[in-house]
Design a protein around this ligand. Structure first.
Ligand code: GTB
Length: 217
């Protein structure tokens, strides 16, 4: 049974791994499932064939036999539930790992996205310089809370889980802002995620697609 995901034909980040197909690739690498990638252009994303897979005309999508999924939260949860390696078997631990997935997507990612939008789309507005510190403080608030909870643990709740995969994926986007460095335990947490062999394989694969060349060595 072939798993096929969609990804940007050329990601605007030029292969930094920030587009959301990376987290799906990472999940598939963690559970050891091979997958194929179908690159789609921005134009094709808005055409009926792709809209039939993704009602909002975005990437990534996930196809496995007659199952079609969109939304990375749902896709990673599906992978984690179907294959071993990303969720604990004990029921309460499993529920807590899923809680961290939702926390990453619903509580931590929104202010981070707001910051990206403020930087990318609002920089030329007269009120931008006044607003940016407020947006950054909203991210800081979440990071402070997350940092306090993580403490000196390696992962959010025991062993690495889909909750960590999602949280690290969300936090990665902050690197350029410098905010992550204000919280050394979170910076180390992200670095631990990136050091996982499965993450490295996922990153290298998306990079090869986006730059047309594999990593040297
Ligand atoms: N909630 C959805 C999910 O989690 O699956 C969001 C999916 C989404 O935002 N997809 C983006 C997309 O298809 C790509 S990942 N955008 C095209 C469109 O909407 O027309 C977001 C993204 C894009 C680019 C960068 N980058 O260049 O740094 C980072 C993240």
């Amino acid at each position: 049974m072939t798993i096929t995901i969609t990804a940007f034909e050329r990601s605007p980040d030029g292969g930094k791994g920030l587009a959301r197909d990376t987290r799906v690739r990472w999940a598939l690498e963690e559970v050891g499932q091979p997958y194929e990638v179908r690159p789609v252009s921005f134009r094709a994303m808005k055409e009926p064939a792709h809209l039939a897979l993704h009602p909002f005309g975005q990437i990534p999508t996930y196809q496995e036999s007659d199952l079609v999924l969109f939304e990375t939260g749902a896709i990673v949860l599906h992978i984690a539930e179907r294959y071993e390696g990303l969720l604990p078997t004990e029921r309460n631990a499993r529920a807590r790992a899923i809680t961290w997935m939702f926390a990453a997507l619903n509580t931590v990612e929104p202010p981070i996205l707001e910051l990206s939008m403020a930087r990318m789309l609002e920089g030329d507005k007269p009120w931008s310089q006044e607003r940016l510190p407020l947006v950054m403080d909203r991210v800081r608030d979440r990071l402070r809370q997350l940092s306090a909870r993580l403490g000196d643990a390696d992962w959010l709740d025991g062993a690495f889980s889909a909750g960590d995969l999602m949280m690290v994926s969300v936090l990665l986007r902050l690197r350029a802002s410098g905010l992550l460095d204000e919280f050394p335990n979170l910076a180390s947490y992200v670095a631990r995620g990136e050091a996982r062999p499965a993450y490295k394989r996922a990153f290298d694969a998306q990079r090869a697609l986006n730059t047309g060349k594999p990593l040297p060595g």
